[in-house]
Design a protein around this ligand. Structure first.
Ligand SMILES: NC(=O)c1ccc[n+]([C@@H]2O[C@H](COP(=O)([O-])OP(=O)(O)OC[C@H]3O[C@@H](n4cnc5c(N)ncnc54)[C@H](O)[C@@H]3O)[C@@H](O)[C@H]2O)c1
Length: 254
């Protein structure tokens, strides 16, 4: 039996990178997938890739910084597949290159909060009644070593990502009695976002690589996606309120 057979997952920012890897890993284990991305073309591509591995997916174009778009994506997924079991809040945005705190304008800071922290809150609130209807649910939220370390020039992103970890711990307490588990993943993986950063700051990227005991960058599907499968599956039925660093042991924990 597949580990997510009969389950329905909604994955944000699944048009590329880690989100696509999570969608594919979950589909290979039997989950049906709702994909949302601000880039509708890449969302369609991911849905086609899911179907190519024998799964089922629907694609929605939407901006998760907008509550209405989150609701549209989740409701379309529930309408297509009859319910919801898994929510993966993976979509993220931060300005590239980064900027020092004194260089941030309010609108950019707010956009980073909206695409990371607010989006996660919106999707969690909208998904919760669907989990209650099922009597169970698994939420996986994405945070970052940029937050736990407090990387320079990533102030808004660090604030948003650490906000997501706090939100996740509170939700784990409030919703645990309802059968809903909430965990956080901090990855280090070969997504297009990571590849862009490596091109922009090769020295920083090389330095980050040297900090990884396993001496390689993780794979979006095989390394990060499969950990998300575990966290969403019954094998992790007694695991909640945890942050899991899927980063080759970089040691960014605080
Ligand atoms: N890749 C890494 O090593 C790494 C490290 C630390 C944290 N993370 C976190 O892991 C997650 C995935 O990272 P990634 O590297 O795959 O990112 P990425 O930039 O490669 O992909 C992000 C995806 O989210 C989508 N997206 C962005 N804003 C959106 C919005 N407002 N609405 C809907 N979709 C939107 C993009 O179109 C894209 O498809 C993110 O939460 C990121 O912060 C990744």
């Amino acid at each position: 039996m597949q580990r997510l057979e009969g389950r329905v997952a909604f994955v944000t920012g699944a048009g590329r990178g880690v989100g696509r890897g999570v969608a594919l890993a979950m589909a290979r284990e039997g989950a049906r997938i709702g994909v949302i991305d601000i880039d509708g073309g890449t969302a369609q591509e991911t849905a086609a890739l899911v179907e190519a591995v024998g799964g089922e997916a629907i694609a929605v174009e939407g901006d998760v910084a907008r509550r209405a778009d989150c609701a549209r994506g989740i409701e379309a997924t529930v309408a297509a597949y009859g319910g919801l079991d898994i929510l993966v809040n993976n979509a993220a945005w931060t300005p590239t290159p980064g900027r020092l705190l004194m260089d941030f304008d309010d609108a950019t800071f707010e956009r980073v909060l909206a695409t990371n922290l607010w989006a996660t809150f919106f999707c969690m609130q909208i998904a919760q009644p669907h989990f209650v209807a099922r009597g169970r649910g698994a939420i996986i939220n994405f945070a970052s070593g940029s937050g736990t370390i407090g990387n320079e020039a990533q102030g808004a992103y660090a604030a948003a990502k650490e906000g997501i970890r706090g939100l996740s711990r509170t939700a784990a307490r409030e919703w645990g009695p309802l059968g809903i588990r909430v965990n956080v993943v901090c990855p280090f993986a070969n997504s297009p976002g990571m590849i862009d950063w490596a091109a922009l700051d090769p020295e920083g990227h090389e330095a980050a690589l040297q900090q990884i005991p396993l001496r390689r960058v993780g794979d979006c599907e095989d390394d990060v996606g499969r950990v998300c499968v575990f966290l969403a599956s019954d094998e992790a039925d007694y695991v909640t309120a945890q942050t899991m660093w899927v980063d080759g042991g970089s040691g960014s924990v605080r």
